[in-house]
Design a binder for this molecule. Structure first.
Ligand code: FES
Length: 194
């Protein structure tokens, strides 16, 4: 039985068609696998290699080279804070310190006690004009401040509850305007012009 579910493997198999070089699909494929499992197991890397018809050693080499890929369990939400030049000049190191304090870890790659967070320092994320920048849950968070970091953490610790479902039309008195048919204006038909 596969480590990766069939729908993920299917998505990975379709990736090479999107790139001029077949091998270029390896990064997004590993990203999909990591998104699914949280980190890259040896089995997952083998399955990626098989799905892309690539040498397993090559896939493993890519996975071990880039810090964005994890070979050990990491937090569910991972801050990848850019500490390259532009971001550092605009306070990235202070942001890293703040993230560490807010999630309660002392070094990169360590998972917070609640299992929700970890962080990494990474090279330029290609959004220098918005420095300081981090990637979190596949989104870029830009112009970071301590307050923004706190808000991002709070949102993930207390995700918004889904709204209550609307009452059914059978609920009688509880009908809402959205469940009532629109009234005809003055009971007359509106004539079409022309
Ligand atoms: S230096 Fe941070 S995004 Fe480029």
């Amino acid at each position: 039985m596969s480590t990766l579910p069939e729908h993920v493997l299917e998505e990975i198999r379709e990736l090479p068609a999107k790139y001029p070089q077949h091998r270029s699909a390896v990064m997004p494929a590993l990203d999909l696998a990591q998104e699914e499992l949280g980190y890259l197991t040896p089995e997952a890397m083998s399955e990626v290699a098989e799905a892309l018809k690539l040498d397993p050693g090559y896939v493993e080499g890519v996975a071990t080279f880039y810090t964005l890929f994890h070979l050990e369990p990491v937090g569910k939400h991972r801050f990848y804070v850019c500490t390259n030049l532009s971001c550092t000049l605009r306070g990235a190191n202070e942001i890293v310190q703040h993230v560490k304090g807010a999630i309660g870890v002392h070094e990169a790659g360590v998972v917070s006690k609640d299992g929700l967070f970890s962080y990494e320092e990474v090279e330029c994320l290609g959004a220098c004009e918005y420095a300081p920048v981090a990637r979190l849950d596949r989104r870029y968070e830009v112009d970071l401040t301590d307050q923004k970091v706190d808000a991002l953490i709070a949102e993930r610790r207390n995700p918004p509850q889904p709204p209550h479902p609307l009452p059914s039309p059978q609920a009688g008195r509880a009908n809402t305007p959205t469940s009532s048919p629109p009234k005809k204006r003055g009971g007359k038909r509106v004539k079409k012009s022309g």
